[in-house]
Design a protein around this ligand. Structure first.
Ligand code: A2P
Length: 288
């Protein structure tokens, strides 16, 4: 914005009309790909700012311009979105819900390749390796679009260097909502570049545990209930979570986060932060 003021000669035309519009589209990136997964879910890719470095699991603010009803001025409407792509990818990927009357996603769901979105290049977040103490087994607990930060973490070499076993659980209402995660896991398992980057056989450490709650699938039920009953641990052939061996990252809807947080604390895990790494971390999946 400062550059814009410096470089744009202030003529009468720019002074009266242009500034609101030119100054109002900072940090824009171009959409390169959009994929609709269900009538409630879509993913999209955008160009990556050359200066943007981020840690797997972090989020950025993204959005669109909107007209302020009172002033008639254009201003950014931004929401926090986890970066779903790995930090070595030359583009950025995001995975989003579509809310028909949601202020942002009612419009964002219509983006097309070539369109511009706003992306503030300031990544932050707690679902990062730095916020966890070393452990043997890493649990990634997701509901719905909460899988997004894990899509990045599961392609980060550190995830497999730091742990002997990585378990992704994903609970969705319907089978179609699992597809993004299913393809992600299939791609990771067959990706030769990743095997080269992370090490042959890395994918053997990866376990995937998808469940649905409102449509029939091979594993039905909320992950929280399946843990409480012990069924999840039995299915995976692992012991119940313990602070000696297990670490967890949680990303889902608010009710899920609160419930699983309490369960993890019950197993003896403690919530960590960037400045104070401990045994589990939580972040809310974005809902418009
Ligand atoms: P359910 O269908 O029983 O509500 P949403 O799309 O609403 O964000 O939900 C995503 C998934 O999270 C759904 O399968 C939903 O199950 C599940 N879920 C919602 N609340 C909880 C909770 N407190 N504990 C575990 N899973 C939950």
């Amino acid at each position: 914005m400062e550059n814009m003021t410096e470089l744009t000669p202030v003529t009468e035309a720019t002074a009266t009309k242009a500034p609101a519009k030119t100054l109002a589209v900072p940090d824009s990136q171009t959409v390169t790909e959009v994929k609709h997964w269900t009538d409630r879910l879509f993913s999209f890719r955008v160009t990556r700012p050359a200066s943007l470095r981020f840690r797997a699991g972090e989020f950025v603010m993204i959005g669109l311009m909107q007209t302020d009803e009172k002033t008639g001025r254009e201003k950014p409407l931004l929401r926090a979105y986890s970066i779903a792509s790995p930090s070595w990818d030359e583009e950025l990927e995001f995975y989003s819900i579509k809310v028909q009357d949601g202020p942002l996603t009612s419009r964002l769901q219509h983006i097309q390749p070539g369109d511009e979105i706003i992306l503030r290049p300031k990544p932050v977040g707690t679902l990062v390796h730095d916020a966890l103490l070393p452990g043997k087994r890493l649990w990634l607990f997701a509901t719905g679009t909460g899988i997004a930060p894990f899509a990045s973490l599961l392609r980060d070499p550190q995830t497999f260097e730091d742990y002997d076993e990585v378990i992704l659980t994903h609970t969705c209402r319907e089978v179609g909502e699992l597809q993004y995660g299913k393809e992600l896991i299939d791609d990771i398992r067959s990706d030769e570049l990743l095997a080269e980057l992370i090490g042959e056989g890395f994918a053997d450490k990866l376990r995937y545990y998808p469940t649905t709650t409102r449509e029939d699938s091979p594993k039905m039920g909320r992950i929280t209930d399946l843990m409480r009953s012990g069924e999840c641990f039995k299915d995976l052939g692992v012991p119940v979570i313990s602070p000696e061996t297990d670490r967890a990252m949680v990303c889902g809807n608010l009710a899920f986060n609160l419930e699983i947080k309490e369960m993890l604390e019950g197993y003896g895990l403690e919530e960590g932060a960037n400045s104070d790494p401990k045994t589990y971390v939580v972040e809310k999946a974005f809902l418009d």
